[in-house]
Design a protein around this ligand. Sequence first.
Ligand code: ADP
Length: 470
Amino acid sequence: MIVRLLRKMNVVLFLVLQGSFLLIIAIIASAYNFNWENVFERYQREQLTLNAFKMMDDMRNEHLEVGPYTGDEKLWLNRRATLYGILISYGPPDGGPPWFDMLSRVNEDENIVIQEYPLISKGESQGLLKIGYLKSLNELDPNVVAYRQTMRTRSAWLFALIVLVSVGISYYVSRLLSAHMERLQSTAMKIRQGHWNESAEVKGPEEVRQLALTLNELSRELKKQEDWRHQLMEDLTHELRTPLTSVLSQLEAMIDGIYEVKQEWLEEIYDELIRLSRLMNDMEKLSEAEAARFTVSIKRTNMVQLAERVYRNFQSMARSKGIRLQFSNPNVPCYAEVDRDKMVQIIANIVSNAIKYTNAGGRVILGVGYSEDDTIIFCSDTGIGIGPEDLPYVFNRLYRADKSRSRFSGGVGLGLSIAKALAEAHDGRIEVESELGKGSVFRVIVPNKYRSWEAPYAQDAGRSARAAGG
Ligand code: ADP
């Protein structure tokens, strides 16, 4: 039970704070007390000296400077000393056995303050007066004693009040911090229960603010993931249901003898199944591409050579469609740090799209360019273009700008999402500009990650070094 309590942040915080407060209060209180005790003690010593002189004066007046004394004289000395609230012992000046002694009556363990004074009379020391008072008696001056008592009571109250206030402050501060934690904990709990829109209020100390911001970021990210998953399920179900239903009903009709089994119909069913199987393959590729950031195998690559290879591979496809495919060579080698297979996949994707969505007689240009920070592979076409209402979504999964046409062209709407995921795996991005009916330009932009290897050269030197490298 206690161990569990001690694990709570507010309890620990309270104990630490209160402990520190009590320590400080204790130090101040003892310093304060010590000071007062000193003042009183000094006052008492001064009183003692005063009384010693009064006592000696009285003794001189009574001619009692020298002993030994009679019983009456001893009685007189005793009464005087008692009157002044002191204990005395009086003997010869050389310190021999005293003629009169009250001090011997005091127990040894009592705390006694003793002062010594020579009694001077007629210019000579007549005897040695030892004078003392018991610290425990404090009966020197009733006013002082009362004052001291009042001071003690007041100090006790004052310190009790300070302790009380410090308890309040410790409690408040520890509650304040743990309240922030509890607030964030309850938000996190709600997020865990699936309330993705929940967000924590950003307030309190800096660390708590940071935590709240991170929590909100996390909840946004989770919501995005959840939406993504939800959307994926919806897209897939939608994408699978229609062709499957149609294939099933056609097959059923043939089995039931409603339709005769015709070569043409079988081919239709076959095409539909091929499309579904391609969808499955592409889904797999997409999921690989999305995980690619962990599996890229980066190599320094001449991007012009790489793009030219893709260009050559698509030549026959373009020719058969009556499209002119050209390669724009920057005539300087552009090196980038990329995963070659994945980069080929990205370029092949945008080039095949360009050919797919360009009508016969059109033109497609693939090219490579560079800036100080990036290498850019672009592919422009004079194809059907993408309308502004579709443009923001072309990189989304299973999105097809012109459903009937792209379905006909065999696209499942995953190619660009795969390309985008692969570009992101290189810390890069894909951009598109397009005008409906005029054509599109796709740009793959990959940062020159290891440019710093060339850093000893100035900017231009870096460029010429790159140019010379090829
Ligand atoms: P698909 O497999 O359908 O081609 P993509 O993800 O590659 O899927 O492309 C998504 C959509 O973007 C396509 O369906 C098409 O509508 C549009 N699109 C892509 N590239 C081009 C292009 N070069 N010209 C016109 N439209 C394009």
